[in-house]
Design a binder for this molecule. Structure first.
Ligand code: ATP
Ligand code: NI
Length: 411
């Protein structure tokens, strides 16, 4: 099931909205069938905030992030949606262009060319991953690679009005030097100095010496810091961090998270932080989106989600983290499995219903997103948003699978 976006557009109403995503869907067209990895998600990122995206493995967090910056790889494709980005220069440039959707200082990036979107990587958006090795070329020094990213930013700002010319964004360190500039040694001294400065800012001791080293000479934690330095080189407005600390031990993890928060506050940038760890969300984020089976099933402020969760999935996730107030911390993963997301298996109903301890007959229909109690940002896709759970209407486990099979064999 998919909800098509019509011609009507939904630009954000506030100038403080850095990014506003509307009905974004991404599918993978595999030989086994169509995978609905991201299903009509909508959310906003405000200036200066950390937005968390949380959910079990396979819920669509990473694909959502990749969809924002055009990094979904074939056979995947963003199939619908709007991605409004606040950029006065870009808006000015396209204001008279009929093929591009512009509203005040926001531009719907889905309507600009792929080349322009690619050019925004680095100077506007940057991404860091769990595995820092994937962001570095093993045969170039760390300093050289960060200097390259600085260089890209310098070229972009030297030509601020020509966003169209910013088409040679760096692919997060992935060997762009080979294709972009023939030969080496083009990196200017100011860029090299800036690279050392960035390494220092992310807490790398002896940054000038470390800049001369290769990625494999760095420890995991240090390389993670270097990747953050590389991501910051373009002075992005938005940093997307996908499980940035999952591979690190607890102490280093805490240091990296603190670093991210310091940098965010210092630079006044926004961060989308993807994690399966609600503890990390609670510590770091202002607001949070809970994802399940490609959908945002609940969103709100930290207080909404932790004090007043509506969706039984959110409640389940909260039940599966150790409760700090509880002398005997509980760890109770939610029973059952995440659905496959194959289009033909995604019925017209609540996707969580067959794992839900509060499933009722009403869950046989797709619940719309509705406002929930709490802040004005609190909303959930669940019938329990506006009604009480009624045990008398409860359905037995397996009910939804059976209903599905029955539906599938219908003539
Ligand atoms: N290249 C691909 N081909 C087919 N399906 C894909 C591909 N990449 C991702 N998917 C599917 O998209 C869905 C969402 O995956 P995604 O990586 O976004 O999950 P996630 O929430 O980031 O999980 P994790 O916590 O494990 O990183 C999954 O069902 C996954 O199988
Ligand atoms: Ni992921």
């Amino acid at each position: 099931m998919s909800r098509e976006t019509g011609v009507q557009r939904h630009p954000p109403t506030s100038a403080d909205t850095l990014l506003s995503v509307q009905d974004l869907s991404t599918r993978f067209f595999t030989e086994e069938g169509q995978v609905n990895a991201v299903e009509s998600v909508s959310f906003g990122v405000q200036d200066n905030e950390i937005l968390g995206i949380v959910g079990e493995s396979g819920s669509g967090k990473s694909v959502t992030a990749l969809s924002l910056i055009d990094l979904v790889e074939s056979p995947g494709r963003v199939t619908s949606g709007e991605v409004w980005y606040h950029d006065a220069d870009l808006a000015e440039e396209y204001r008279d262009d009929d093929s591009v959707a512009v509203d005040r200082n926001h531009v719907d990036l889905r309507t600009v060319s792929e080349r322009v979107r690619r050019g925004l990587r680095g100077p506007s958006f940057s991404m860091i991953f769990q595995d820092p090795m994937s962001s570095f070329n093993p045969s170039l020094t760390v300093g050289e690679q960060i200097a390259e990213a600085v260089e890209v930013q310098r070229r972009a700002t030297a030509n601020p009005r020509s966003t169209r010319a910013r088409t040679q964004g760096y692919g997060f360190g992935r060997f762009f030097v080979d294709t972009l500039i023939p030969g080496r040694g083009y990196v200017t001294t100011p860029s090299k100095e800036r690279a050392v400065e960035l390494l220092e800012q992310v807490g790398i001791p002896d940054p000038a010496e470390r800049a001369e080293e290769y990625p494999n000479q760095f420890s995991g934690g240090m390389l993670q810091r270097a990747m953050i330095a590389q991501a910051l080189a373009g002075e992005p407005d938005l940093l997307i961090a996908d499980e940035p600390t999952t591979a690190l031990d607890v102490t280093i993890q805490a240091q990296i998270l603190n670093l991210l928060r310091e940098i965010q506050a210092e630079r006044g940038m926004s961060i989308i932080l993807i994690t399966h760890d609600l503890g990390v969300i609670a510590r770091m984020c202002d607001r949070v989106c809970v994802m399940y089976a490609g959908e945002i099933v609940e969103r709100g402020t930290i207080d909404d989600i932790f004090e007043n969760p509506v969706h039984p999935y959110t409640q389940g996730l909260l039940g599966s983290i150790p409760d700090l107030q509880d002398p005997e911390p509980r760890l109770q993963p939610i029973e059952g499995n995440v659905p496959s997301l194959f289009d033909e298996e995604m019925g017209d109903r609540c996707y969580f219903a067959d794992r839900c301890p509060k499933a009722m007959d009403a869950c046989l229909e797709t619940p719309p997103e509705q406002d929930a109690e709490g802040s004005s940002d609190h909303a959930a896709k669940c019938v329990l948003t506006d009604r009480e759970y009624t045990p008398a209407e409860a359905v037995p486990r397996g009910y939804f699978e059976d209903a599905e099979t029955a539906g599938g064999t219908d003539e």
